[in-house]
Ligand binder design. Structure first.
Ligand code: 5AD
Ligand code: SF4
Length: 439
């Protein structure tokens, strides 16, 4: 028997890429690859890339350049680019960086085994199609390998919303939902392998409308079905669009016991003028009313959001409206980005905001968000939360995990195992995590 080949995967960007990287590693497992964390051991290096902002895309090219030496030392080493940069740039990647052997878009990962064979024959392999078949159906899991207690499960991909700044509808394609039975089968399989928390993933996850018994199912209906799986203890989902928060989903936050009190609901801006120019199809007011309804259903829910500052035409008053919205909502987490011009998107053609002005706004917004995050975290001190323990900590006897609200919690001298869920009293709040004791 020949020694297994080694695969090194580097993942950029969102959680969907993390999920896809696992599936790609499994697909290449069929070709005799085993994962490695050591670059020097690799027979194939795969970069799973992100195209959402310019910086993310540029990083890929500089990273590729760094493999020149490795490839010279090991001519059999294959270099692959997957993900949204692969989809957006296609063959251009091989032109700009001839070291690259393989370029595969997010909808073609099930074709990786044949593509790998092609590269072993000394050819280049390129696939950025949007095939009809379900890639996940063809990406078979390895038999019953143990999994970490918290896992991702992609239920929906792509987006039809066409926000004026965003490349997702172009790189991930139209919105597609996976059928209910395949999701439930995958969820049961994960639970058998030790998973206790599942985060349902989709670029527009709450627009989920997969086929199930009796017709098309909403995300809430899917969550209720997952709620019935014994051994599964926690359900989360991300990322949602405000306009797709159905009544049944809001209600589930109040009544579905395994659905965690955390919701990522990006608004992007607090100015109606900018929201209109962003093609978001909601207003600041409608977003705030929505938050009110969600909080009425689940008063302790922790909210998180995404913001873009310096979107074309954003005035000082527009930016102040964003600050006011953040003040009103009080986020437990929030991610803010400086607008990044993406080729092919409508906003790229419009008059841009002065980069220094955008920088200053970003700093102010981030300072506000950090204050809010810290306040909500500090308020956890003295409370008892349930923690799912995920791994040993830095110190002897320490274990770390996540609370219901997704805060990282570490416990010293913890008599628990990975995968346990236990009540923890929070004793202090640090910059990025909480410390607690078992009770
Ligand atoms: N520039 C800056 N931020 C962007 N995002 C998406 N596209 C861009 C862009 N062109 C942000 C949005 C989105 C998050 C995933 O990334 O806030 O919600
Ligand atoms: Fe991009 Fe989200 Fe808008 Fe879709 S809804 S275009 S993924 S920002």
């Amino acid at each position: 028997m020949t020694a297994p080949k080694k695969l090194y995967v580097k993942t950029y960007g969102c959680q969907m890429n993390v999920y896809d990287s696992e599936r790609m590693a499994e697909a290449l497992g069929e070709q005799g690859y085993e994962p490695t964390n050591t670059l020097d051991d690799a027979d194939m290096i795969l970069l799973n890339t992100c195209h959402i902002r310019e910086k993310a895309a540029e990083k890929v090219y500089s990273e590729l350049g760094r493999f020149k030496g490795l490839k010279a030392a090991k001519p059999d080493l294959k270099l692959g680019v997957a993900g949204c940069v692969a989809q957006a740039e296609g063959a251009e990647i091989m032109r700009r960086q001839p070291l690259v052997d393989l370029v595969v878009g997010p909808q073609s990962y099930h074709r990786l085994p044949e593509m790998e064979t092609k590269t072993r024959q000394g050819e280049k392999a390129l696939d950025t199609d949007f095939p009809e078949e379900d890639k996940f159906e063809h990406l078979k899991s390895r038999p019953k390998a143990r999994r970490a207690p918290a896992a991702f499960l992609t239920v929906q991909e792509g987006c039809d919303k066409f926000c004026a700044f965003c490349v997702v509808p172009y790189t991930r394609g139209a919105e597609v939902s996976r059928p209910v039975d395949r999701i439930l089968t995958e969820a049961r399989d994960l639970v058998e392998r030790g998973v206790r928390e599942i985060t349902l993933l989709g670029q527009n996850v709450n627009a989920y409308h997969g086929m199930g018994e009796g017709g098309s199912w909403s995300l809430a209906k899917l969550i209720w079905a997952l709620n019935d799986i014994d051994g599964l203890e926690r359900i989360r989902f991300t990322t949602s669009h405000p306009n797709d928060m159905g009544d049944d989903l809001i209600e589930a936050h109040g009544t579905c016991e395994k659905l965690m009190p955390y919701l990522h609901l990006p608004v992007q801006s607090g100015s109606d003028h900018i929201l209109k120019r962003m093609n978001r199809k909601h207003t600041a007011e409608s977003y705030l009313r929505l938050i009110e309804r969600i909080r009425a259903a689940r008063p302790d829910i922790l909210l998180s959001g995404d913001f873009i500052v310096g979107f074309p035409e954003e005035s000082d008053a527009d930016f102040e409206a964003t600050m006011a919205l953040v003040e009103e909502v009080e986020y437990g987490y929030a991610y803010s980005f400086k607008y990044s011009k993406r080729p092919g998107t409508p906003a790229a053609e419009r008059p841009q905001v002065d980069p220094d002005v955008a920088d200053e706004r970003l700093q102010r917004l981030q300072a506000l968000i950090t204050r809010q995050q810290r306040k909500i975290q500090d308020e956890m001190v003295g409370r008892t939360v349930k923690v799912l323990f995920e791994k040993p900590g830095k110190y002897e006897g320490q274990m770390v995990g996540k609370s219901d609200y997704l805060h990282a919690v570490h416990v010293a001298d913890a008599q628990v195992s990975v995968g346990d869920i236990a009540p923890v009293r929070i004793i202090s709040s640090g910059s990025n995590s909480l410390a607690g004791e078992l009770i």
